[in-house]
Ligand binder design. Structure first.
Ligand code: HEC
Length: 124
């Protein structure tokens, strides 16, 4: 009921405000711009936080699911080199999809990982 009332008041406000259309356009534009436009990524600023958010829950010191530890650059690098860090995260054929049983991590984070690896996966 409250919701309907809000909607009604909102509609009236919309009808009265000629500028609403412009606002909507701006909003829509913002949504369109949403796909990430990152061009570089570093281990410290991008990759470590991504791994912390989605991976180290199961791959860390003290819990190494599948024998994999992703805590720290030196531990992560071998999985870059054998292609499994990206392959699992991007759900590529031939790799166990990670994180298991869930959707892929956000496309922008995968893109950051791709850029960092393309850059030689430096410890930066
Ligand atoms: C809920 C726990 C869990 C999370 C979260 C998780 N993993 Fe895993 N991971 C596993 C388990 C269990 C295995 C071993 C079984 C398998 O391979 O499916 C594994 C295996 C792996 C392997 C070796 C398998 C292969 O195909 O080479 C890699 C690499 C890996 N994970 C990377 C990641 C990355 C990167 C993330 C984050 C994007 C992640 N994992 C998140 C549980 C997890």
């Amino acid at each position: 009921m409250k919701y309907k009332l809000c909607l009604m008041l909102f509609s009236i406000a919309v009808l009265w405000q000629g500028c609403y259309y412009d606002n909507e356009e701006e909003l829509y534009q913002h949504v369109q711009d949403e796909p990430c436009n990152v061009t570089t990524a570093t281990y410290a600023a991008d990759i470590a936080p991504i791994l912390l958010a989605y991976c180290t829950r199961c791959h860390r010191n003290g819990r190494e699911d599948g024998g994999v530890n992703l805590e720290g650059y030196d531990k992560v690098k071998p999985y870059v080199n054998d292609g499994s860090l990206f392959g699992t995260t991007n759900h590529d054929a031939g790799f166990s999809p990670m994180p298991p049983s869930t959707a892929k991590i956000p496309a922008c984070d995968i893109e950051k990982m791709r850029l960092w690896i393309a850059d030689g996966a430096p410890n930066n």
